[in-house]
Design a protein around this ligand. Structure first.
Ligand code: SF4
Ligand code: SF4
Length: 101
């Protein structure tokens, strides 16, 4: 987990606006998630549709192939599971799968 000091309520910008660029690494948004995407490497055909559609850039890519999911930032929207043409991603309720980040 990134090290940063939590602000008090009266120090947070109105509306919770992110006022600086390049701050996502400091804000681990994965704990908002209620459903978790589970990636099945054996089914994956590496089309990268999940990577290109993920609104949180939460796919680890190496050598142009999906390696896994960044659970520190994935918010569990389910877009990747919907877009995957071979059902290589399954959404499960958070806490029901032992796969960990
Ligand atoms: S569930 Fe949403 S945020 Fe998480 S990896 Fe899939 S598309 Fe990205
Ligand atoms: S959309 Fe599905 S098949 Fe395509 S890279 Fe992602 S997990 Fe693999």
């Amino acid at each position: 987990m990134a090290e940063f000091e939590l602000k008090k309520y009266d120090e947070v910008p109105i509306g919770g606006v992110v006022t600086g660029g390049a701050t996502p690494e400091l804000n681990e948004t994965g704990d908002w998630r209620s459903n978790r995407p589970i990636f099945d490497e054996d089914k994956c055909i590496q089309c990268l549709l999940c990577w290109s559609h993920c609104p949180d850039a939460s796919f680890y890519i190496e050598d142009e192939e999906v390696q896994g999911i960044d659970y520190d930032h994935c918010k569990g929207c389910g877009i990747c599971a919907e877009i995957c043409p071979v059902d290589a991603i399954t959404m499960v309720p958070e806490g029901e799968d032992s796969e960990d980040e």
